[in-house]
Design a protein around this ligand. Structure first.
Ligand code: NDP
Length: 253
């Protein structure tokens, strides 16, 4: 990715937190926001795992750092959000991107796998929103939650994941209504099929077949999602809140 010119650094002076920033979509988002001049807190399960993204971001912006937390732990998230604010000087943008799958047909899905996916994908999003809300009200900030088209359509073998992502849509709308009066915009992006570690286990033949179902004729790249985040947290998103923006090449049309 090329470095943005000075005029394109419209996030200069802003502090962004991106969860799931070690790889895939989260890494692309962190690097995009850094290229726009934001200071970026790159969060993964451990700081070590997020360190390469933080290094890449450091080449694009003045403040970038790696942090580790299990997003499903509300106490640990609260401590981390305080630490980030102290170290980076505030909080203006929150991107809840960390997520997992534990796919299985309902009759074979364990209660443990159901609970874990909800804890990480849905409660993890709520944890960061709850701990960041005061700071975001102060900064009139922006939140982008990463959902999934599966949260809108459902998917066989993904009851836990689809429920978690549908929950993210409801959470987004509720938070948008609650925080609008304080000048905070909260939106959701529902990606379609994006080439990352999460989708790499899909059989190549099945992936090829899926491609034929995508009207735009290609599988999505992490940067397709990052560029949509960049829009929502930038001036283009000033009057957008409570929305779920589907970014899937037309897959769900
Ligand atoms: P990856 O599997 O490539 O990356 C997942 C990221 O989440 C990693 O950074 C991982 O950190 C982090 N993470 C996982 N569990 C936790 C946890 N408990 N605490 C903190 N961080 C955690 O995923 P993608 O980039 O593909 O997906 C990113 C988001 O986009 C997810 O929410 C996913 O559901 C969603 N999405 C993805 C689609 C796709 O086709 N790829 C389609 C639709 C939605 P670590 O490296 O430390 O494990």
């Amino acid at each position: 990715m090329t470095t943005a010119s000075q005029s394109e650094r419209y996030l200069e002076g802003k502090v962004a937190v991106v969860t799931g920033a070690s790889r895939g979509i989260g890494r692309a988002i962190a690097e995009r926001l850094a290229a726009r001049g934001a200071k970026v807190a790159c969060v993964a399960t451990t700081a070590d795992r997020a360190s390469e993204t933080a290094r890449n971001c450091s080449g694009l912006t003045e403040g970038a750092a790696a942090y580790g937390v299990d997003v499903s732990s509300s106490a640990a998230v609260a401590t981390l959000v305080d630490q980030i604010q102290k170290e980076l000087g505030g909080l203006d943008i929150l991107v809840n991107n960390a997520g997992i799958t534990k796919d299985q047909l309902l009759l074979r899905m364990s209660e443990e796998d159901f609970d874990r996916v909800i804890e990480v994908n849905l409660k993890g999003t709520w944890n960061f929103m709850k701990s960041s809300a005061r700071a975001l009200m102060k900064s009139k900030g922006r939140v982008v939650n990463i959902g999934s088209v599966v949260g809108l359509t459902g998917n066989a073998g993904q009851a836990n994941y689809a429920a978690s992502k549908a929950g993210v849509v409801g959470l987004t709308k509720s938070m948008a209504k609650e925080l609008a009066g304080r000048g905070v915009c909260v939106n959701c992006i529902a990606p379609g099929y994006i080439a990352t570690d999460m989708t790499s286990a899909i059989d190549p033949k099945a992936a090829e077949a899926l491609k034929t179902e995508i009207p735009l004729g290609r599988i999505g790249e992490p940067d397709d999602i990052a560029r949509t985040v960049e829009f929502l947290v930038g001036p283009g998103g000033d009057y957008v809140t409570g929305q779920t923006l589907v970014v899937d090449g037309g897959l769900t049309l």
